[in-house]
Design a protein around this ligand. Structure first.
Ligand code: FES
Length: 147
């Protein structure tokens, strides 16, 4: 079955189209909605987006593969994204990533990503898209064992 947005996302897209009359500006929000809907961005979703914004498929693929926040492969694991940019790195993201890899990689997909705009809470990560800030290895254990 080919990709299409669900009813809620179609409503959101209608609002976005009014806000961004230049269709190229829709690429990022459309990719984001496709990923939220399916947990990853399917190839046919990128094709569908290229039709909406009236640009070649390769333009959409280029954007989707440039940003670390987009996933093009499906995973059945829960996702943890660890920020590796400067503020987080200076505050221990490397130790956080190692702790996650050593203890949770069987149950979680652990990804390194660029700054997620929560630098004041560095080091930080997301768990299923929810921000967790001021991390320590002990805090990770508490959060992951509670979820
Ligand atoms: S550097 Fe990690 S959230 Fe900004």
């Amino acid at each position: 079955m080919s990709f299409s947005y669900n009813i809620q996302n179609r409503s959101k897209i209608e609002l976005l189209e009014k806000r961004y009359p230049d269709k190229r500006a829709l690429i990022l929000p459309l990719l984001w909605l496709a990923q939220k809907q399916e947990s990853y961005i399917r190839e046919d979703a990128m094709q569908y987006i290229s039709e909406i914004v009236e640009l070649p498929y390769m333009n959409i693929y280029s954007v989707a593969t440039f940003y670390t926040m987009f996933r093009l492969e499906k995973t059945n694991k829960r996702i943890i994204e660890v920020c590796r940019t400067l503020s987080c790195e200076l505050n221990g993201s490397e130790e956080i990533k190692k702790h996650l890899d050593d203890n949770y990689s069987e149950d979680f997909e652990i990804l390194e990503v660029e700054c997620m705009g929560a630098c004041s809470g560095a080091p930080m990560c997301t768990l299923d898209g929810k921000y967790i800030e001021n991390l320590t290895p002990q805090m990770i254990d508490e959060v992951l064992n509670a979820n």
